[in-house]
Design a binder for this molecule. Structure first.
Ligand code: UDP
Length: 445
């Protein structure tokens, strides 16, 4: 074995291969690199083909490396089903991760710690085969992880048919506020297994990291406005378009990287937005455009107030003062980014953690409202228009806007020097530098 470069600690990050899981780990990795830690982020060969680097500066702080998920050509789509994808990724991914750690361990930069997404619990098993420190990095909020934990340990028996759902430490939850599997056992069983499996070996993890901050839920928060690693092609027109708009006049609309609405729901969203009379910037990735009727797209382009884009740098948009409201699916990253950048929300949650995130947005942090779904499962144009008015109009939205200011300040305080998140990250780095690697050093000397 080569002699290690002295003083360096090397963290290998293994995110679940999707935009919403890569982003927060990347932010954390960038933060670690500013403190002298070498960071390598591993993602799949398939994902590597769709990476759009916003600037090459990312590669100066976080090195990228790749493993196979068994589906080089088509990724998830090639697998044909979620269980197929997940089981092959575990089998092929484990072997590739083993080889990758061996590669680094016989180089000048051996691995000290594996920061893994608990959706990929097998990554911890591989880290432990090498005696490495394992840090679980949860990308969903503590409250949601706690619901999963209660279900996994049988403390909350599911399915539940009558509300409220009572879990110590959390507000009483209506069924619509919980991850859908809590009341519907048929809802994506493969993902239910994935979520439960997070806790199968968690006792072997040395550290638990959560992408949140203490005051938010009595814990690392985005502190720059660049994701720099996008899995979709960026549309550069949005920022110049926003610059021409008055402060607080634009509704920013995005439902993340995975939500796919029916044509009927897309039409209601379009008509609701048009009816508000406000400006709106709507992210619809190309793969989803088919669900918005051509005529509707033309009407939006023709109205002079709407812009549809493929993908933008969301944090750059949310930090633009023209944005007055975020119409969101309440993915945890989007929710956290809006909280940290002080943007009020109108929530249209779909699945997994999104309903619980929306509950906290509306009733706990009071930084937005949730749209009501009708008996056919559709959110009507009238409901969308009404909710947008509540948040966008001066008088109606005042309390919500005041609350967003408070949460923005608290988020800033948490990541600023001496803040709780800053403290936790420093503690992680100090421990990493001081001791976590010692056992390994002994083996190599
Ligand atoms: N995002 C982006 N540009 C877009 C839409 C989304 O950069 O046009 C980013 C957003 O900032 C967030 C991530 O994609 O970090 C979406 O993660 P989230 O957890 O909100 O939702 P998911 O895609 O996992 O459902």
């Amino acid at each position: 074995m080569e002699e290690r470069v002295s003083g360096y600690r090397h963290v290998l990050m293994v995110p679940y291969p999707s935009q919403g899981h890569i982003n927060p780990m990347l932010q954390f990795g960038k933060r670690l690199s500013t403190q002298g830690v070498r960071v390598t982020m591993v993602t799949t060969i398939f994902i590597s083909k769709s990476i759009h680097l916003q600037s090459s500066s990312l590669l100066a702080s976080v090195q990228l490396d790749f493993i196979s998920d068994g589906y080089h050509q088509g990724g998830f789509d090639q697998a044909g089903s979620v269980p197929n994808y997940l089981s092959r990724m575990q089998e092929v991914g484990s072997n590739c991760l083993r080889q990758l750690i061996q590669k680094y361990n016989s180089s000048y930069h051996p691995i000290d710690c594996v920061v893994y997404d608990p959706f990929l619990s097998w990554a911890l098993n591989v880290a432990k085969e090498f005696g490495l420190l394992g840090a679980a990095f949860f990308t969903q909020m503590c409250a949601v992880n706690y619901i999963y934990y209660n279900v996994y340990h049988g403390l909350l028996k599911v399915p539940i048919s009558s509300p409220p759902v009572s879990i110590p430490g959390l507000p009483l939850l209506d069924l619509k506020d919980t991850p859908p599997f809590v009341y519907d056992p048929c809802f994506y069983p493969a993902y239910f297994h994935l979520l439960m499996n997070q806790f199968s070996n968690i006792h072997k993890a040395d550290i638990l990291l959560v992408n949140s901050f203490y005051k938010l839920e009595d814990q690392a928060v985005p502190n720059d406005t660049e994701n720099v690693l996008n899995l979709f092609e960026l549309d550069s027109s949005a920022i110049s378009w926003l610059k021409e708009k008055p402060a607080g006049s634009v509704i920013y609309v995005s439902f993340g990287s995975m939500v796919c609405f029916s044509s009927e729901q897309m039409e209601e969203i379009a008509l609701g937005l048009l009816a508000t009379g406000f400006n709106f910037l709507w992210v619809i990735p190309d793969v989803e455009r088919k669900n918005l009727a051509k005529e509707m797209g033309n009407e939006i382009r023709g109205c002079g107030r709407g812009l549809i884009v493929n993908w933008i740098t969301q944090m750059e948009v949310l930090s633009n003062e023209a944005v007055g409201c975020f119409f969101t699916h309440c993915g945890w990253n989007s929710t956290l980014e809006a909280l940290c950048l002080g943007v009020p929300m109108v929530a249209l949650p779909q699945w997994t953690d999104q309903p619980t995130n929306a509950k906290f947005v509306e009733d706990v942090w009071k930084v937005g409202i949730r749209v009501k779904v009708n008996e056919k499962g559709i959110v009507t144009r009238e409901e969308i228009e009404k909710c947008m008015r509540v948040v966008m109009e001066k008088e109606l939205g005042r309390e919500i806007r005041n609350n967003t200011k408070k949460w923005k300040e608290l988020a800033l305080e948490a990541v600023s020097e001496g803040g709780t998140s800053d403290h936790n990250i420093n503690e992680f780095v100090n421990n990493l530098k001081a001791g976590f690697g010692l056992a390994r050093d002994k083996e190599t000397t």
